[in-house]
Ligand binder design. Sequence first.
Ligand SMILES: C=C1C[C@]23C[C@@]1(O)CC[C@H]2[C@@]12CC[C@H](O)[C@@](C)(C(=O)O1)[C@H]2[C@@H]3C(=O)O
Ligand SMILES: O=C(O)CCC(=O)C(=O)O
Ligand SMILES: [Fe+2]
Length: 367
Amino acid sequence: MHLLGKTLLSSAFHQPTPFPKLPCFAFFLKAMVVLANQVDQISLLRAPKPDANFSGIPVINLAEAGSVDAMIKACEEFGFFKVINHGVPINIMAKLEEEAVKFFSLPQVEKEKSGPPNPFGYGNKRIGPNGDVGWVEYLLFAVTSKPFSYTSMPFLQEPSASLFRWEEREDIISALNEYISAVRKLASEVLELMAEGLKIEPRNVFSKLVMDEKSDEIFRLNHYPPCPLFQGLNCSLTGFGEHTDPQIISVLRSNNTQGLEIALRDGSWVSVPSDQESFFINIGDSLQVMTNGRFNSVRHRVLANGSKSRVSMIYFGGPPQTERIAPLPQLMGEGEQSLYREFTWEEYKKAAYKSRLADYRLGQFEK
Ligand SMILES: C=C1C[C@]23C[C@@]1(O)CC[C@H]2[C@@]12CC[C@H](O)[C@@](C)(C(=O)O1)[C@H]2[C@@H]3C(=O)O
Ligand SMILES: O=C(O)CCC(=O)C(=O)O
Ligand SMILES: [Fe+2]
């Protein structure tokens, strides 16, 4: 399967466009044929282009004392918000972005040495084990808080370290470690504010799960190369198909290239204005369950850009494998019934890895 993937896909990026500009419909057909050859999936093509920027994304200012109520409202209405004044130094973000750009600029054959992603490593267009594809290449890392023998890379689990053959890559490893420890701290701070806003004790009821030394955290670098075939046209291409994140919380940062979209509660899609200095927080499925559906795990997707590369970095904070995920008793009103049957994170993760990206994964755990 891996060999098949390589044969079909390895040269799909960075192809010069073979066609002159045509009216959109004719072009769309041509593009379908070209991309069908290249990507093996015409389902990535989308028309028309996404709507203009949505101005209603909630912005939470961490330096402001009164931001807690706005955060709870954002978790309920959107399952998504932007965080400013987060305290993470810009140079930590910029340094990792620089290393990511360097990695993704390597020759394909070099990048493939860090793959395939099963589940960790370099991946190109194929997302997950069940046939999903997107106009994206990425690196997926397992994260641990326990230092181990590779002193220079305390956050990368041993299998990742040898898989990436990065023992010598002090530059990228230290940029990764610095970045991951900063966003992990941010995730914990945000989760503590959520508990405060929900008026539940203890304050670390959510944050302790991602701060636990056995917490199951993932880190991801995504690169969406420009797709020149689409430049100046009213069409777009799926970079990362619609889905919800299974974990508790995701902390996303991207360069200044547009592409991320979220679904509103009425099912409509809106485009999130990019902001390279801020972080975006996604509520994951596990937090939706722990709040018995009060918080909404946000459906989101990424559309690739005709002319600009998008680079994003996402920290996924998950609980320890054995953690039981169920609505918190402190949050249940009198007579309120749990919407979900109890499960362990390990169970949920196994089910998630059997699913397709767009599947409603919580369905099988509903009562
Ligand atoms: C299609 C898949 C990719 C994914 C594992 C899955 O089977 C379903 C969930 C997907 C997702 C979405 C959020 C994160 O990007 C991710 C790492 C995760 O934990 O769940 C991906 C998985 C992946 O890319 O391997
Ligand atoms: O790359 C992005 O901006 C978002 C990707 C995403 O949602 C994911 O990797 O789970
Ligand atoms: Fe996601």
